[in-house]
Design a protein around this ligand. Structure first.
Ligand SMILES: C[S@@+](CC[C@H](N)C(=O)[O-])C[C@H]1O[C@@H](n2cnc3c(N)ncnc32)[C@H](O)[C@@H]1O
Length: 521
């Protein structure tokens, strides 16, 4: 017996020794891979060709796959579905004085969860009030033990969304977290590009969103490597807490939660980035922004953007954003998007003998550093101010004015094509203007100053570019495979982009046909 139990103990000791040896070995392998990742994501130059950029992405993706294999827990713990946690979440909200009478959480095809009206709501009526105390914010992160990490880390000091992602991870690992009921109803995974396979991403070609996606992927991979290193080298109690939970899988989850749900709120003393429980269950529909933070009552208030009948899904408007932005930061595409645009990548060739003069003119119009010029969907009624709303879900921007853009060709794109098509004489003439503002305008007086000959060349050039791009989209059509959510989003995005090109081609034809022929040089 005795011998038997001591041999059992020895076996246990040996296996725990082997276990810790195995852990050490894993940590070493991981450290080598993360170091490679950090180096790889640091060397990228923005000017490389799309082919090089794709190769670079594949290298990063392959390293991350190896990292994920090492980091993955051997046994997957069974977590209850988010749906089964809804009652507990609603109870927590009520206990903390959130008001949501006439609203319930329900599942909607194509949206996952959303909010459903259980009574009629008139346009402008109050639907939800969410007290500040249930919101999880960057300010809470600063006041938590993460504060010590923020104090010594420049990235966390300057990027509130990353701080919020790390705070979310930390709170998720704490069973007694105040926000546990909220975290338990968050999605398990997302449809952001961080979850796309290389095959799914490749289907984005020739959309300019492919390049933005690779850039985003690179940046998140770099952040992961950077924080992994910090967490495993800094001597702070908080980073010890993060060591076991900071994996790439967890980081992409936290970052995607932030990207798809964060909001900027104006508290009495400062702005902060925050999650707003329950309100962030609302899906997006076209409309107006009807949510804001009430500083006196210290709560978020959400009003009905239109009449909603009992039984209907309750939507909010996330803000005037093109589909490229919704796809990249929110993981969905809104086909009926009045604020859609397509970014054209344009530049002056280094072989162009008049490059310096053209670039000088562009600089005078503030377009010196521009490489992307928007083409708008048929009638994109939006102000520059509204377009600039960051990744939030359209919180508190009710005062941003909307105006109807007259044409698919943006002012900056119009200026670019005019300057691009100028001959020596035109360049000399326009270079004598301090600010050649007429080049951005489509007003008849400006068109007259520019002249029909130059406009004909410029609009024809743009038309050729649009037609060429359209043929690239047609060529990129892939064979009909099963349409996953990711592939469906890619398909919708590209269809919307082709629609913008069609609108632009029709518009340009109209403009060209209306130009006075006699003025042509
Ligand atoms: C703030 S959350 C809204 C609640 C979310 N549906 C859920 O299940 O938690 C934003 C996410 O909802 C989905 N979503 C919102 N509006 C949508 C729409 N109009 N079409 C498709 N998906 C939408 C997207 O996945 C987006 O990332």
């Amino acid at each position: 017996m005795g011998r038997k139990s001591s041999s059992k103990q020895n076996t246990k000791k040996n296996s725990s020794k082997e276990g810790s040896k195995y852990e050490q070995q894993k940590r070493k392998e991981l450290a080598v891979l993360v170091d490679k990742l950090l180096k790889l994501t640091s060397i990228f130059q923005a000017t490389v060709t799309p082919a090089k950029s794709w190769e670079h992405y594949l290298e990063i993706e392959s390293l991350l796959k190896q990292i994920q294999n090492i980091e993955a827990p051997k046994t997957k713990s069974e977590t209850p579905s988010r749906e089964s946690n809804i009652q507990e979440f609603l109870k927590w909200l009520s206990e903390n004085e959130a008001q949501y009478e006439g609203v319930e959480i329900a599942s909607f095809k194509g949206y996952d969860l959303g909010l459903k009206a259980t009574k009629d709501f008139k346009e402008g009526s109050l639907m939800l009030t969410i007290p500040r105390k249930v919101m999880m914010s960057e300010q809470d992160a600063r006041e938590s033990i993460l504060g010590k990490f923020i104090e010594v880390d420049p990235l966390l000091q300057n990027m509130p969304n990353i701080t919020l992602a790390l705070f979310l991870l930390m709170e998720k690992s704490k069973p007694d977290s105040f926000w546990a009921p909220y975290i338990a109803v968050l999605p398990e995974r997302y449809s952001t590009i961080l979850y796309f396979t290389p095959e799914e991403l490749a289907e984005l070609k020739p959309s300019p969103v492919l390049e933005s996606s690779l850039k985003l992927y690179r940046s998140i991979a770099r952040q992961y490597a950077y924080f992994y290193m910090k967490i495993h080298t800094l001597d702070l109690p908080v980073v010890k807490n993060l060591q076991d939970i900071f994996t790439f899988e967890n980081y992409r989850w936290a970052v995607s939660t932030v990207m798809t749900r964060q909001n900027n709120i104006s508290l009495s003393h400062a702005d902060t980035t925050a999650f707003i429980p329950l309100w962030d269950m609302c899906n997006h529909q076209h409309g107006k922004i009807t949510t804001d933070f009430n500083k006196e009552l210290s709560r978020g208030e959400c009003f009905a953007l239109r009449d909603f009948a009992a039984g209907e899904q309750l939507f909010i408007f996330y803000g005037a954003r093109p589909n490229s932005d919704l796809f990249l930061h929110n993981g969905f595409v809104y086909p009926d998007n009045q604020y859609d645009s397509l970014s054209l990548c344009l530049g002056i060739s280094s072989e162009d003998p008049r490059r310096a003069a053209r670039r000088a003119l562009l600089s005078r119009l503030g377009l010196g550093g521009a490489a992307h010029y928007p083409l708008y969907a048929a009638a994109a009624p939006v102000s520059a101010e509204l377009r600039a709303i960051p990744c939030g879900l359209g919180w508190g921007a009710a005062h941003c004015p909307l105006y109807a853009a007259a044409a698919p060709v943006s002012a900056e794109l119009r200026a670019f094509v005019r300057i691009f098509c100028m001959d020596e004489e035109d360049l000399t003439k326009w270079s004598s203007h301090n600010v050649p503002s007429e080049l951005v305008s489509s007003e008849p007086s400006s068109a007259e100053a520019v002249g029909a000959a130059l406009d004909r060349k410029a609009y024809n050039y743009l038309m050729t570019r649009c037609k060429l791009l359209k043929t690239l989209y047609a060529k990129s059509k892939t064979e009909e495979k099963e349409l996953t959510l990711h592939r469906n989003n890619v398909k919708l995005l590209k269809e919307c982009e082709v629609r913008i090109l069609d609108g632009a081609i029709e518009y340009l034809q109209g403009v060209i046909d209306s130009l006075p022929v006699e003025e042509t040089k």
